[in-house]
Design a protein around this ligand. Structure first.
Ligand code: ZN
Length: 288
């Protein structure tokens, strides 16, 4: 049971070891090529995957161009201050309810994509990303995992000057520049995890570990977040939730991302994303 879903050059693919199977080909057309459509049929895919993976691989992951496993999320929710250690380093009180903002879906890029820096104070935030697989409204916490297709890794890249240019801050804008939402490398179905609420998460910059925590340290856990959001909006397959970052961000130490830096983000049971940083034109000069 279960699946590891990748986006290989825009096509849904099942990951098997170091290789992958093109989903449309392997399923004999039962599934089409669109990863979003596969996410909307995640229960069916989970049941079918075992019978497909015995086939010879379409190719190896090493030579593949991976896109985001959820390339076009309808909604991209994100949660702020969801780890006590991060609230502490930010000098902020823990919110009474999940502090929610959105990342524009247009910021989503693949797990190997370059992150474009448009100021000298751009920050990394390694996060677990929850992907909705089954629609629901007013979901009870006890039922929440049943609406989740799987988990993946995200970087909630944040331009701090843009974020705090307004007061109160406009989180959405400062966290939604093009390329500010690397996601991947694969979407792993919930049934592949022994303990989906307790996964080690690390972020390294140029090999130096800056963030090291487990998702069990979240203030509002996955069930609570899914339930909470579903009371405002009907969640749909392909909606994603960035669940917040642990401590160790650049803003706390004054060490922001620079041209040539490499961000490495790992979550237990999912894999690793590697994103190089490229300093491009400064957004503030262009805006004047
Ligand atoms: Zn974040």
């Amino acid at each position: 049971m279960g699946f590891r879903l990748a986006n290989v050059d825009g096509r849904a693919a099942l990951v098997v070891g170091d290789g992958y199977l093109d989903l449309e080909t392997a399923s004999g057309g039962v599934f089409g090529p669109d990863p979003m459509a596969a996410i909307g049929r995640s229960a069916e895919l989970s049941a079918l995957a075992d019978t497909l993976v015995a086939q010879p691989p379409t190719g190896t992951l090493a030579g593949a161009v991976l896109g985001a496993p959820v390339p076009r999320p309808r909604n991209c929710f994100a949660i702020g201050l969801n780890y006590q250690s991060h609230a502490d380093e930010s000098g902020l009180e823990v919110p009474a309810v999940p502090l929610t903002f959105t990342k524009f879906p247009s910021c989503i890029v693949g797990p190997d994509a370059a992150v474009e820096l448009r100021s000298d104070a751009v920050d990394y935030e390694g996060e677990l990303v929850v992907v909705i697989g089954r629609a629901g409204r007013d979901i009870e916490p006890a039922d929440a995992w049943g609406h989740v297709a799987g988990l993946t890794i995200g970087q909630d890249i944040s331009d701090r000057p843009a974020q705090f240019a307004a007061s109160p801050p406009h989180f959405d804008l400062g966290k939604s520049f093009d390329t500010f939402g690397p996601m991947g490398p694969v979407l792993v179905s919930v049934d592949q995890f022994d303990h989906p609420d307790d996964l080690r998460i690390t972020t390294s910059i140029n090999g130096e570990v800056r963030q090291d925590a487990t998702t069990a340290m979240m203030i509002f856990d996955v069930s609570t977040l899914v339930s909470y959001l579903s009371r405002f909006t009907t969640l749909q397959p392909g909606d994603v939730i960035f669940t917040g970052t642990p401590d160790g961000i650049g803003m706390a130490s004054g060490r922001f991302l620079a041209d040539g830096d490499v961000i490495t983000t790992t979550i237990e049971g999912i894999g690793t994303m590697t994103n190089p940083c490229v300093r491009v034109s400064d957004y503030r000069k262009e805006a004047n």
